[in-house]
Design a protein around this ligand. Structure first.
Ligand code: FAD
Length: 308
């Protein structure tokens, strides 16, 4: 069963990337549908301080609601559903939707984001710790608010070491701790020592978030208390719809950055965190605007509406 009339564009994802793309496309008078499964990372932001135009900060769910209202105001349609598969067909693409009819689209923008690799805590405890500002995953987003704080970094490999060094500019009380065992080279260890970053060796036994601090128990040592802990555990990009169409992913599992403006698949673009690069709202919005404009002009070209 299919939802018969092809959409000009189906955007998969209703985060900052997908909603910006939808806004632009609606204002290009395109028939645009956004499909999302309710998992935008932006919804989890308690208060972002680096979204331009909001010096007092804005809550992520409010921000997504504003972007949703803005896109629908100009005519974008938004549906909540999970896209399980995508395939090429003569007139563009067919998208399989869990528990609903297939969708047909002339073009598609994948704005599907990433999943964070998280520490092992019950979901409600984990989300409360984020709200309480004792557990954070993004130093670029939040380190400013932790200036001079006592900061723990979890993950004693080159990722963790790089994150600890990044945070060192904000505080001289940084401790790097392994999830299981340290994997640092001698030169990385020397660099951390020189920067005054404390490196622990015992594996993580327990994390206990409280409302104003977080305790970390490591094997063979006492409990350490921090104002905030940053796990540096990487992420899992939601790139599976791209790979289903044959796109190759980068070393980190993202879609290549060329997919924002010129993917190897005609009629397909990608935007936001799922694309290799800096995982930030402002970048996602920029990708959204770019990919939408590329899709619109490609359709104009197909329909003989451009200067020859
Ligand atoms: C706690 C936290 C704090 C953060 N703080 C900041 C900050 O202060 N500043 C900042 O710039 N960034 C911050 N970020 C990062 C920011 O949230 C992301 O960079 C931004 O959300 C990326 O936008 P996106 O549209 O690419 O992806 P997302 O917002 O993650 O949206 C992805 C969308 O794709 C949908 N989707 C994926 N696969 C499917 C599928 N198969 N079917 C249907 N739907 C699908 C999801 O449901 C979702 O709607 C933070 C993130 C977190 C978790």
């Amino acid at each position: 069963m299919t939802d018969n009339k092809p959409w000009d564009v189906v955007v998969v994802g209703a985060g900052p990337a997908g909603l910006t793309a939808a806004l632009y496309l609606a204002r290009y008078h395109r028939r645009v549908l956004v499909v999302h499964d309710g998992k935008s990372r932006a919804l989890r932001i308690p208060l972002t301080h680096n979204a331009p135009g909001f010096p007092e900060g804005i809550n992520g769910a409010d921000f997504v609601r504003r972007m949703t209202d803005h896109a629908t105001h100009f005519g974008a349609e938004i549906r909540e559903a999970h896209i399980t598969d995508i395939r090429r067909q003569e007139e563009g693409f067919a998208l399989s939707v869990a528990d609903a009819a297939d969708l047909v689209a002339r073009t598609v923008i994948l704005a599907t984001g990433i999943f964070l690799n998280q520490v092992d805590l019950p979901e409600d405890v984990h989300e409360q710790a984020i709200k309480d500002d004792v557990l954070r995953y993004c130093p670029i987003c939040d380190a400013y608010e932790h200036t001079d704080a006592h900061i723990g970094v979890l993950g004693c490999d080159s990722n963790g070491a790089a994150e600890a060094l990044f945070l060192r500019r904000y505080s001289d009380r940084i401790t790097l701790m392994p999830l299981s065992h340290p994997e640092l080279t001698a030169s990385q260890k020397a660099q951390l020592d020189q920067a005054g970053i404390k490196v622990m060796t015992g594996a993580l036994v327990e994390l206990s978030p409280r409302n104003d601090r977080i305790d970390v128990v490591l094997e063979g040592s006492q409990t350490l208390g921090f104002d905030v802990v940053y796990p540096a555990l990487g992420c899992s990009p939601r790139a599976e719809l791209g790979t289903a169409l044959g796109l190759a992913v980068t070393e980190s599992g993202c879609l290549p950055s060329q997919c924002v403006t010129a993917s190897p698949i005609a009629g397909l673009w990608a935007a936001g965190d799922v694309v290799e690069g800096l995982d930030q709202i402002s970048i996602a919005m920029g990708h959204g605007a770019l990919s939408a404009t590329k899709a619109h002009n490609w359709l104009r070209e197909q329909d003989g509406e451009t200067l020859t």
